[in-house]
Ligand binder design. Sequence first.
Ligand SMILES: [Zn+2]
Length: 418
Amino acid sequence: MKTFSVVITDEIHQTLLDHLIREDEQEDLCFATYVPSNGDNRNTGILSQLILPEEDERNVHGNVGFMPNYFERVLKIACERKEGIAFLHSHPSSGWQGMSEDDIIAETRLSPSVMAATGFPLLGLTLGTDGAWSGRFWIKDDREKRKYNRNWCETVRVIGKKLSITYNDYLLQPSFDKAKQLRTISAWGNKTQEDLSRLKIGIVGLGSVGSIVAEILARTGISNFTLIDFDSVEEKNLDRLTNIFKDDIGRAKVLAVADGIRRSATAPKVKINCCEYSICEKQGFETALDCDILFSCVDRPWPRQVLNFISYAHLIPVIDGGILVRTNKKNTSIIGAEWKAQTVGYKRACLECLGQYKTENAALEISGKLDDPEYIKGLDKSKFLDAHENVFPFSSHLASMEVLQMLTLLLLLRALMM
Ligand SMILES: [Zn+2]
């Protein structure tokens, strides 16, 4: 079963608030285009171009309605952009909004012409007075002619400096155990814990940092995990992988870390999607698009480039970190170590600007040369890859900093800003 979601930038969201929430408390409407972002399990609409009505294109008195010339203009713009159409209106109450009889009639009528003209299902969105959104896609029924089924979204996400998510309580119920989370809830309250427990978190790369990020999130009450890593456990990993033991040697890292999450989880119901692919492969890439937030715990330029792309093109914030260990020339003793964590994506500096990877090194990796022992012989490997001189105290601190980045993104905790 596919699930559905919508993502809106805070800039578009702000313009929509100004247009749809009227001082005279009348409901209002408008159209926009959207770009589909289809994951392995979730289809998301990314709002793209707002098309606000002109004077003669809609009537706001009594029951709000639009004129045929407005819809024709919208169809034309959507077709030119090769994008889908979203129909948006406001309600005079707060929270996730349902639909009135009139709403259902209006969206059912629009669905066939939108599908026929654009090839994408109509996206209906409703805005509450508190800025909460609800959304649904009207998808053509395979069996019945001219029938369109309403598929409610699980979430509508607004991304800016903060990630704000309106949840559909019917499709995504909060799942936390008050007794086990007593001290956590006393820190940030029930509402925050409810929202955290429904977040879809992806961890890409389950090495020293990724496995600890998983452990911290499990104890924090996260219940929906996506783990992406193609690699298996080797003996040399045992000094740095959390929740991975001798018996796990030879097993896929995603499966071994999933066992650890199940043991440590404080949420009553935990869902873990294990993806044994690289983020650079289609399967890994599409699985990442199912997530609300991604942790980049990889140490190579190509996966970093892919994650960087996802954060902007698909509006999924990516939390990345790196450790730099400096040793003496002979590589026999340590001089110092630095580590940093950052969130990248919409309205933020990108991973390449931050010096976390170079396009030419990603190209080198794609060509296979980074794995060619002849090619990299004699080259300074630290120019291409993160240092492998990585010890547990550094990676555990970095993992903790990455989770703090996530809390900062969700709660705008200023004290945590680093
Ligand atoms: Zn309505």
